[in-house]
Design a binder for this molecule. Sequence first.
Ligand code: TZP
Ligand code: MG
Length: 217
Amino acid sequence: MNPNKLKELLKLYFIMGSNNCFENPAHVLTEAIRGGISLFQFREKGEGCLLDGNKYALAKELQRICREHDIPFIVNDDIDLALAIDADGVHIGQEDEHVLSVRKRIGDKILGVSVHTWAEAMAAKAAGADYFGLGPIFPTSTKKDAKPVQGLSFIRELRNKGIQTPIVGIGGINQENASMVMEAGADGVSVITAISHAESAFKAAAELSKQTQDHDR
Ligand code: TZP
Ligand code: MG
């Protein structure tokens, strides 16, 4: 995808699965969209997550909501699911299928890759990643096997070295610190609980959206 168009989409990237929600996931997503998210990732993993047909059914339901509002729908890890439902893209980590092989399978769909080092970033770029996910930026309890907190230094390093690839930060990002992530050079922020656990997903998304829009460069 065109990097500038993707940078716009990454501004407020909401990630969610059923086990991240206290309320009906379809409702949480609808409210988040109303609040102004720009991209959605279906991440159905971890304790208590849905499997097989139930996972598929929720993916279809959330995808339909995204389509109604022109929000691209990204699938975490599960390339088979992404292909089966014709998702708009996938996001993978270093432990998942190799970037090159995923790129071959998904054609020109959006491909995001989590990277933690310069070498990982360069390899992901060479293999066809459209954007980098960097994190955890701040402490988070949402991902149990998260790598050590990296702060803003890696975002700054990539930008200082002239890397133009779209970057989104993840991990512990909320209304208080989102603007720091943008200032460091990210194109957007991805959040799970700042929206999914908020009393109002609408208000949380609206506030975060304002923070990221204010950083138009
Ligand atoms: N990858 C790195 S941190 C993280 C993922 C999926 C979890 C982010 O969740 P939260 O609730 O926004 O901190
Ligand atoms: Mg993964």
